[in-house]
Design a protein. Sequence first.
Length: 724
Amino acid sequence: MTGRDPPRRLTFEDLTPAEGLKRELRRIHNYIYANQGLPKEQAFHELLKLVFCKVYEERTKRADDPLDFDITPEERFSKEGKQALRKRLERLFEEVKAQYAYIFDKDDHLKLNDDVLAYAVTELRQYSFLRTSTDVKGAAYQEVVRDNLRGDRGEFFTPDNVCRMAVRMGVEALVRHSQGSKNWTNIRVLDPAVGAGGFLRAFMNELREHLRHLHRGKSWTEEGLEEAVMNQLREVCNQKVFGLDINPLLVRAAQMNLVMHGDGSTNVFHIEGGSLIPFSAMPKKVQEELPPGSVDLIVTNPPFGSGPGLRVDNPEVLEQYELTRYGIMEGKSRGAMPPEQLFLERAYQWLAPGGVLAIVLPDSILSNPGLKFIREWLLEKFVVVASVDLPVETFVAFGGTGTQTSVLVLRKKTEDEIERERLLGKPSEYEVFMAVPRTMGYDRRGNDLWKRDSESHLLVGQRDDEVSEVAEVFTAWLKGDLKTLESGYLALPEGKRVPAFVVKSADLEGRLDGSYHRPQVEAALSQLKKSKYPLVRLKDIARYIVIPPRFKRHYVEAKAGVPFLRPSDLATVRVLERRYIAKWTPELKHLQIHEGEILVSTDGRIGVVGYVTKRLDGWAGSNNLGRIMVDPERAHPGYVLAFLMSPYGQIQLKREIFGGVIDHLEVKHLENVLIPLPPLKVQEAIGEKVLSAYELRDRINSLENEAIAHVEDAIESGGGQAAH
């Protein structure tokens, strides 16, 4: 470089928005991993330092100042050029550490080698983070964090559209109930399991749009409007927005996220032991800023888990929570509980009266019979504002949990509401908004999901994302702008498709999951009740209804075993892959199926129905198959089988589904299926057709087996003539 003019450095005016930021960050991270051999987490944090330097310099330099975060193509491949870059970046990082002393240690330094530094700066030099849209920055950052910092504590990062939905619904519910005393700029917001800061970023983005709308029309230039919005955004977030997490790496990631989106980063704290520990054991700053009863809105996705090491069993932690003793004998308590259950009560403790909680929960809390005590506690302490079933793709698509989840929006009851219920001797009555969005904007593999026109042609660029419609529909309902149609669903705003409806609190029946309360279920039950035939429960016409116990399967050769029937075999004409379980299986007598039994799948794919013919008599059946033996003096088995296969039977079976990861049914759910019972002659006319179909199926299988045997005989006998 000696004797040459120094290279011209880029200025802020030269920079352009980074529309491909996700791709660029992924490429740099991979380069660090491949060329310096750093572990994923360390590679991520070295990338984070560079992003801090880039953002800091853009904020502090004037528009025409030369930028230190720059390197020419010639410099990148010269030793002197790379060394000069390192000096500039090290000087810049010292300023970053001084500005963000709560994020970086004073002894922290850039650990990337010269070649990797030069590559990273080359990739990012021409882009402006400040000019890049918040959606692009958020999506890029979320992907890098998700791929590198997903831990083993049940941490799964929440998709942006779910974060936005929860935030908007939470704020709208809070503002509506406060009758104007609360608004976007004066509510205290907390995420006690902040992760990478997705919910807080969503709040900041929504707040930014609110402020733009508030200030628009005040004779601002576009630059002046943006400056005013960012100044007020920074002021609100630095005073009102808080995040906590047990993982120090995620705390730093969240702080960076908030820095990029406007700030509030000084209010993100690491809590050793997590947000469930006693308030008195939390850092002094947290105790001062977030005492019990001080928060207006909590938006969060707590860690799920009941596996090894995930359940909370520390007595000093558990003794703080009423849930550990609720609904059981006095003097007794639960010795361990999954963290997501305790987060519900911790949120209740943090919320001010009238405060709102918007929380992602496993569906088991909303539906599992064994967790009914939690729902009873929730209904005692909160008003249920809304329940939104999330599509199964929500977390599965990007390597996350297969747990089925919902977003529950709850408002902490005020003292007046509690006193009113006490005087009346019964809970208050109100309406609950429910929605069951079917699409997330991507499929199970994470591929983009586009809408289709009336002829099923793809509309590329129009994302099929019903989750993103929910908040707008909810807000319109809160304002009283939506009517209920004859179908039981809400009349939606133009262009919206998400199924949404309202349930009275008195009709919740101990279930908070939207799928249970879908209007078509009520319509089907209503139609059944109009039948001219008497309605009976399945248990009233059955000799027995059983589901066998779980057992350890020992598959063996045919001669040493019993043919084994799985739920997936019920829907096939012929069992193509026959398996055998050992004859010495201890539970065999409970597993064997008997001629005349109706079989119903009770786990996984619920409601598949079959019938045990003479051919299957004595086979072993999966413990995921319920057995129903109809009393022929009370009902015709074929008629009952036909009813269970009908929409009226299927809708009742699927309504009772519960479970967090795998759907389940219990015996009591089968017992309580309602069936119209016509005279036996009518039943026989229907039922015999069904049983004849199963006899024909057996005959088809027999003919196929004969044909296969003839082929084998012809081959093995050396071409001899097959018997006729």
